[in-house]
Design a protein around this ligand. Structure first.
Ligand code: URA
Length: 191
């Protein structure tokens, strides 16, 4: 299965599906356990991610790592990807046509990894994956069953950097995610 994921990564690397290919340094496909039961989906790569080709390695990513650590979820056990695989200039919001051009990669990643739970990091991912009118302030931490996937959304770590008062709610949401995951089975790989 990870062979198929590798093939998809290679395809993504040379993607010219939208104009972001002109300005990217690297595509940022995804990182983590190809058998993960828990998958996080962010918005789009930022500067550090574009430079390194790995999602969530900048300041927001470091904060995400701290939350994972705080609730005892090893980063190596989860899979992390974004809606967009290329950085929008100046970190602007993704354009609808960019999301449409790119979303097939994420769909394939989800199909190959088959996580039990998908956690959207922030409003943009939640609007794309859960429902178009998702309101992050009112609906973070709520569960949605979408086909065979249990989904929720939490604040984007970059939003927590801008407004640290939201960190308490983030911690509660992350604990809830951990507990729900443990209801499925103790944290371990899919077989
Ligand atoms: N923000 C995102 O949404 N994704 C990243 O990979 C980094 C920052």
């Amino acid at each position: 299965m990870s062979t198929e994921l590798d093939a998809l990564r290679q395809k993504c690397k040379s993607c010219r599906g939208c104009s972001l290919c002109e300005t990217r340094t690297n595509t940022v496909f995804g990182v983590g356990n190809p058998n993960a039961r828990l998958m996080f989906v962010g918005e789009a790569p930022g500067e550090q991610e574009d430079l390194r080709g790995i999602p969530f390695v900048g300041k927001a990513g470091q904060l995400l790592d701290r939350f994972l650590y705080a609730v005892d979820i090893p980063r190596e056990e989860v899979y992390i990807a974004n809606v967009l695989k290329c950085r929008p200039p100046s970190n602007r919001d993704p354009l609808p046509e960019e999301e449409d051009a790119c979303i097939g990669y994420l769909r394939e990643q989800v199909r190959l990894i088959r996580p039990q739970m998908i956690v959207c990091l922030g409003r943009i991912a939640a609007m794309r994956l859960i429902k178009p009118d998702f309101r992050i302030t009112a609906e973070h931490g709520k569960w949605f069953q979408k086909g065979s996937y249990l989904m929720t959304a939490v604040y984007h770590p970059a939003a927590l950097l801008r407004d640290p008062r939201k960190k308490e709610e983030m911690l509660e949401d992350m604990k809830m995610i951990r507990d729900r995951l443990r209801e499925f089975a103790p944290l371990a790989e899919n077989s």
